[in-house]
Design a protein around this ligand. Structure first.
Ligand SMILES: C[S@@+](CC[C@H](N)C(=O)[O-])C[C@H]1O[C@@H](n2cnc3c(N)ncnc32)[C@H](O)[C@@H]1O
Length: 326
């Protein structure tokens, strides 16, 4: 029997206008940098990140990429390695520029149909939900699908995955993600400098990182810490500034408290709006998160919770700044 593997896809929010990078492949993004350790390989993409484990692939893209077009080739290559897909998860926020999204990202229903059409027949247990349903301009979309052997299995581990979207970043802080005029540093050096200047290096000091600066602005970083990954992507342009942060941690970790990590990441940007999705087996973690955002001047505006086969509980909260930032 083939060993099982799982596929996790997430689409980040904005489409970034005003540039036309060379994007030769089906999904419309390319690998720009890579690191690896004993547990996983982490790739920075021109539009976000890709993490490859022996039994799992996590791919995150944004803008006008066609993320879901990766499903068929990934399954094809997994099959060549004699791996059998046992679980697939797709998540995304609401599109900021829905009309700019190319097929198959036309609407959530169509996206689910597209994924289903491209999945093997063994994945029979499906659930799709929009959270909260009543607020389509600011909601979290989750689709999970699993095979017979996995759908009842509630993972016993304490992992929690945070997917954070931040908009209207503090202008002064966002401008630190622009290259200085006349700066001829190599991308590696410029990336290292941005990582230190912005305090991103302090989010998880034990992570092995891979940072990348774009020209004339924009920044991406992947961090790997044993079997866990974290990633940040920054679009600092004033009129549509945006940053995403995603990480995996444990609800029981004391040494690297996952909620502290989350707080540090939000403080790097001091955004006006933040949405946080938490996927875990713990129903308690969201209370810690809500409490942690208050001292940062962020008030919880919406809350939604749902259960998904194998994924566990998904909690989605949105926050806005209580005082308008400059
Ligand atoms: C960090 S990159 C891609 C990450 C994506 N926005 C996300 O949130 O996942 C986006 C930023 O890089 C800049 N950029 C410059 N050249 C780019 C390229 N060739 N491809 C993608 N982004 C580029 C954009 O203007 C934007 O500020």
């Amino acid at each position: 029997m083939s060993p099982p593997f799982s596929l996790s896809l997430s689409l980040s929010l904005p489409s970034t206008p005003n540039f036309s990078p060379i994007k030769p492949h089906a999904v419309n993004c390319t690998v720009v940098s890579a690191v690896g350790n004993h547990f996983l390989d982490a790739y920075v993409l021109s539009e976000s990140s890709l993490f490859v484990y022996t039994n799992k692939i996590v791919i995150k893209t944004c803008g006008t990429t066609q993320l879901l077009k990766s499903v068929r080739p990934l399954i094809h290559f997994a099959d060549k390695l004699n791996l059998m897909l046992c679980e697939c998860r797709y998540t995304r926020g609401s599109f900021i520029f829905p009309k700019s999204q190319p097929f198959p990202h036309t609407n959530f229903k169509e996206e689910v149909i597209y994924i289903e059409e491209n999945l093997p027949n063994n994945l029979v247990y499906r659930k799709a939900a929009v959270m909260p349903l009543k607020n389509p301009s600011c909601s979290w979309h989750v689709f999970t699908v699993t095979d017979q052997n996995h759908h009842r299995r509630r993972s016993l581990n304490s992992d929690v995955t945070f997917e954070v979207c931040m908009t209207e970043l503090d202008r002064h802080l966002a401008h630190r993600f622009f290259k200085k005029i006349g700066d001829c540093k190599t991308r590696d050096l410029a990336g290292k400098e941005m990582t230190e200047l912005t305090g991103i290096d302090d989010i998880n000091p034990s992570a092995f990182i891979c940072d990348f600066t774009f020209d004339p602005c924009g920044y991406s970083i992947n961090g790997i810490d044993d079997d866990r990954y974290s990633t940040i992507h920054v679009t600092p342009e004033d009129s549509y500034s945006y940053a995403s942060f995603e990480c995996v941690g444990s609800v029981y970790d004391d040494d690297i408290d996952i909620v502290e990590t989350l707080k540090k990441a939000v403080q790097v940007f001091k955004p006006v709006t933040v949405s946080i999705s938490m996927t875990s087996n713990s129903r308690e973690v969201w209370t810690k998160v809500t409490r942690a955002m208050e001292p940062l001047g962020l008030k919880c505006r919406t809350f939604a919770m749902d259960e998904f086969p194998t994924a566990g509980s998904v909690v989605f909260e949105t926050f806005t700044a209580t005082t308008r930032r400059k």
